[in-house]
Design a protein around this ligand. Structure first.
Ligand code: MLT
Length: 205
């Protein structure tokens, strides 16, 4: 018997080999990013788990001690747990596990960045909206075949511009091909984020 994917999640089968792994922000759920996923790639399958950590009733993908201060042990454990979920979901739904693209917003972007750093084999690419440096690994992964797009808000009150800039440096220093774009916005996503990310995604095979 195939292992059962053990996160609450949505799965929408698409027509192409690509699967978008949709990772919501704090207080979100597995349905939040489905419309964005469809806008980003109308043909892809969508796999969208709900974060298992609850903070005052709000779902997240890992614990934090305060705004922007992460519980690093929990982050590392949750990163492994999410990566294992993706593997079991890929087997369960019989999806091609070499074309998985993470699409994360805020807390979801932070755990997607952590997956790139600690379980890079899971993802071929990642779209990170309003991401921070989740943590700096002791050993750099090999990200030479990975493509990453980072979308930041110029006036984001939660994620200062230094965070996405440092994340880009970290990912590039590990060999990833990284594109960063700043938008005239705060922490919220804008239609321009989706348009520009969609155009970037179209350039990938
Ligand atoms: C996080 O906790 O991952 C970041 O502070 C973003 C957020 O979820 O507010």
């Amino acid at each position: 018997m195939r292992p059962q994917p053990d996160f609450i999640h949505e799965f929408v089968r698409g027509k192409s080999e690509r699967t978008l792994l949709l990772l919501h922000g704090t207080g979100g759920n597995e349905r939040d990013l489905l419309p964005f996923g469809r806008e980003l790639d109308p043909e892809a399958s969508l796999l969208s788990p709900r974060g298992k950590v609850l903070e005052s009733g709000m779902a997240r993908f890992f614990r934090r001690l305060a705004e922007g201060v992460f519980d690093l042990e929990d982050l590392q454990n949750r990163t492994q747990e999410l990566a294992d979920f993706v593997i079991s979901a890929a087997q369960h739904y019989e999806i091609d596990n070499i074309h998985i693209v993470a699409v994360g917003y805020s807390n979801g972007a932070n755990i997607a960045a952590s997956m790139l750093l600690f379980r890079p084999e899971i993802l071929s690419a990642a779209i990170l909206f309003r991401a921070m440096v989740p943590l700096v690994p002791e050993t750099k992964p090999n990200l030479h075949s990975k493509h990453v797009w980072v979308g930041a808000g110029i006036s984001d009150p939660i994620v200062p511009a230094s965070e996405p800039t440092q994340l880009v440096e970290l990912l590039r220093s590990a060999g990833a091909d990284v594109t960063i774009r700043f938008f005239q916005s705060g922490h919220q996503l804008t239609p321009a984020d989706i348009d520009v990310a969609r155009d970037w995604l179209r350039t990938l095979n």
